[in-house]
Write a protein that binds this ligand. Sequence first.
Ligand code: GLP
Length: 269
Amino acid sequence: MRILIHENYQSLSKWVAYYLANKINQAKPTAKKPFVLGLPTGSSPVGTYQELVQIYKQGKVSFQNVVTFNMDEYVAIPEEHPQSYHYFMWSHLFSHIDIKKENVNILNGNAPNLEKECDQYEEKIKKMGGIDLFLGGIGEDGHIAFNEPGSSLSSRTRVKTLTYDTRVANSRFFENDIKKVPKLALTVGVGTVMDSREVVIIISGYNKARALHQVVEGSVNHIWTVSMLQLHRKGMIVCDDNSTMELKVGTVRYFKDIEQQTLNNLPEL
Ligand code: GLP
């Protein structure tokens, strides 16, 4: 697993955006063989999305032949609700780039049959040939997508009950009223993410320090579901200095040293 420790959120976001754009360009995607990208919501990827929009506006990347699959969505809030992940993705990214509407996939939390919706999502990913790169964030308890502590590490897309902690954390988007935060969500499984050819996880801020410690220095376990990244063949964490507060000094120095070149250069476009 690679760990890139950037100085701050801004440089981390820029680096990840260039990395994604570089991957898309390198793949030379076509309508027949598109680049399949998994995407998260939350505050962690916002800076990356802003940078991606800039790179697109500069004509350095196109999303014409990119197919996206989002990680998760709340159950039973309308798509046009400002806190739905549909709304988030269109307002932060999709409306500002040249992606085709039919190439955007987001779980439908209002589907009449939620289990069927999840199974079809898995099928569609398979039909597209799998996900080339899954970008993710994590919760303070180390959950990836909505795979809360105790989720099976081989789980697939399904309905999940959100923990109290996650609902408290996300209540900041719902007028700080936990009662307004949905109790259920649809989410890709840990197994779904791990099947991707590459996984890149953004971790930023002091509040994620405990989770970063667990995934880097702890063992693989179902409580900190992101720890499964240790078993992925091509897993990378891109984090900032603030999130490293619970890591050993030696661990931080080791990864800063080994990735020095990478940290000093933006991926080429
Ligand atoms: C939610 C999302 C996750 C996200 C997490 C952290 O739980 N389902 O995908 O990683 O929030 O969000 P933030 O980046 O805002 O800290």
